[in-house]
Structures are given as C-alpha cells and as structure tokens.
Design a protein around this ligand. Structure first.
Ligand SMILES: Nc1ncnc2c1ncn2[C@@H]1O[C@H](COP(=O)(O)OP(=O)(O)OP(=O)(O)O)[C@@H](O)[C@H]1O
Ligand SMILES: [Mg+2]
Length: 264
C-alpha cells in the first residue's frame, strides 16, 4: 500500500521541526530515514501514523487522508514500533504480542488471533520468554517484543523508529531479514536508522533528513561522501567490498592516536 506525505509542517510549541516535507512511498518499498540526532526522523514517523497532527499538509494512504480513516481500520493498515517505550503496566510477552490483534478482535480473541500471535512469537524466537513480564526483559528483548506486536497487526505499512538500536548483530540481521522478506511480499517499510551501513544493505531507498527538511531522497547512490559529509558534518570514506559499499568515518585512526597521546 502507498503512503504519501503532502507538504507537511510540524512545530513543537511554536518551534518548527518539519518543514515542507513531501514524499511518496510505494507498496513494497523499504525506505530508510537517516539524519543527525534531532533532525526530525521520529517526528516525521509520528506524523505519518497520525500520533502527531501536522499543522499544514496531509498524510494520505491510498489517496485518502489518514484523518478520514477509522482508527480501527488504520490500525489494520499501519503499525508502528516506537523509539522509546514507556510501558510499565505488567504484561506477559504473549499478551503484549496478542495486543497487536486488537483491531481485529470484537470482545475476545479468536483461535486464529491466538495462532497468529504464537506463530510470530516462534518466528522471533521469543518462546522461552513468552510468559515473562515484559518489564523484566533486557532492552533488546523488549524491542523484539514490540516488533512482534507490530507484526501481529498484519499491517500493509510498517513504520519503525530505530528498531535495532538495542539489538546485537545477530538479532539485528534476523529482524532486518524478516522485514526485507515481508517487503518482498508487498509490505511497505519506513524505518528510521542511525546505522547507515544497515540502510545501504537493506533499503530500496534512502531519505536524508537535515534540520527538518529533506536533504536528499533517492536510491542508494545518494549515499556518497559529499552528501554524508554535508548531512553529518564529518569526513567520511566509502570503501567497497564484494560490491557492497561501507561508510567509515575518515580519520578515525588518527583521532584515536590523538586521544592515546593526550591521555597516556
Ligand atoms: N515532545 C517534544 N516536545 C518538544 N520538542 C520536541 C519533542 N520531541 C522532539 N522535539 C524536538 O524536535 C526535534 C526533532 O526531534 P526528533 O525526535 O524528531 O528527532 P530525531 O531525528 O528522531 O532524533 P534522534 O536521532 O535523536 O532520535 C528536536 O529538536 C527535539 O528536541
Ligand atoms: Mg528519533
């Protein structure tokens, strides 16, 4: 399903954060939103799913303004994995994942809802902790549970805000592979990422945000030294290995040397 953002503007208490953002993300695309801290990635994702209402412009899903969708229908269409989780209510992993079925449940979960929740728990290797309270899990385990809850919604558009920030290398690759596979079946993914190399490896398109504006939006070719240096204000080097490009902050070794000389 397609999501399009039409010239949105958003401010917190009068301070502009998003300025005239426009983009269209088609069915099956995997778009990585990258940019410095505070550039507006989380705010853009929250505007896309209706948590925040832009002061100007509109977000449309398949040509219809999200304001006109019933919440239950919107929750069947679009799921969201937030960057910060503040949940303190005791709940098991299973119940949390089952919550993803809420838009489909009238008063009690059906056998199929339970089945979908169990399958996702198995797929994300959460079986051993399925009956644990989410508040007693590690940061990475909690993050995986929230991804599982979003997948249980069986959305057509999935918005994820730094979903791999607390995950180790193995779990990061597992989650990204699952997302990529779902994309190949038509899921539209918008994912805020700090790891530019992960973005190059998985995304079909990259959106660079700087100070609330789209600095560049396109294919992987926009991840070049010139754009990255302007975006992050540091020197970088791009090296190619087996046809895959990797971004390395330039001069990191000299920097380390300076620190060693200063502190030893
Ligand atoms: N609830 C809020 N109230 C006021 N200002 C906010 C609020 N949330 C974010 N901001 C401000 O809006 C700007 C954009 O924040 P946002 O969280 O969208 O950035 P981000 O690109 O997601 O950053 P990060 O990479 O650190 O997650 C920042 O200057 C931030 O301080
Ligand atoms: Mg953020």
């Amino acid at each position: 399903m397609q999501i399009s953002v039409h010239n949105i503007e958003f401010s917190y208490n009068g301070a502009p954060v998003l300025k005239d953002i426009k983009c269209t993300i088609g069915r099956g695309e995997f778009i990585a939103v990258v940019g410095p801290n505070g550039s507006g990635k989380s705010t853009l994702i929250k505007c896309m799913n209706g948590i925040l209402r832009p002061h100007k412009g509109a977000v449309m899903i398949s040509g219809k303004n999200i304001k006109q969708h019933h919440l239950r229908d919107l929750a069947k269409t679009m799921a969201y994995v937030p960057q910060n989780k503040y949940g303190r209510t005791p709940a098991t992993v299973f119940d949390t994942v089952l919550l993803g079925r809420k838009p489909y449940i009238s008063w009690k979960p059906s056998g199929s809802d339970m089945q979908i929740a169990s399958e996702i728990i198995s797929r994300l290797n959460l079986e051993d902790i399925a009956m644990k309270d989410i508040n007693n899990l590690s940061g990475g385990q909690q993050q995986t549970v929230y991804i599982a809850r979003a997948l249980a919604q069986q959305p057509q558009i999935l918005l994820l805000d730094e979903p791999t920030a607390n995950l180790d290398l193995k779990h990061t690759i597992e989650i990204m592979d699952i997302l990529k596979n779902l994309c190949n079946k038509g899921l539209t993914v918008v994912i805020a990422l700090h790891d530019i190399n992960l973005a190059i490896r998985y995304a079909s398109g990259i959106m660079m945000l700087k100070e609330g504006e789209i600095f560049a939006h396109g294919g992987k070719e926009i991840v070049n030294e010139e754009n990255l240096e302007k975006l992050y204000d540091i020197k970088v080097q791009i090296v190619e290995n087996h046809g895959i490009r990797h971004v390395i902050p330039a001069g990191q070794f000299e920097e380390a040397d300076v620190v060693k000389k200063t502190y030893t």
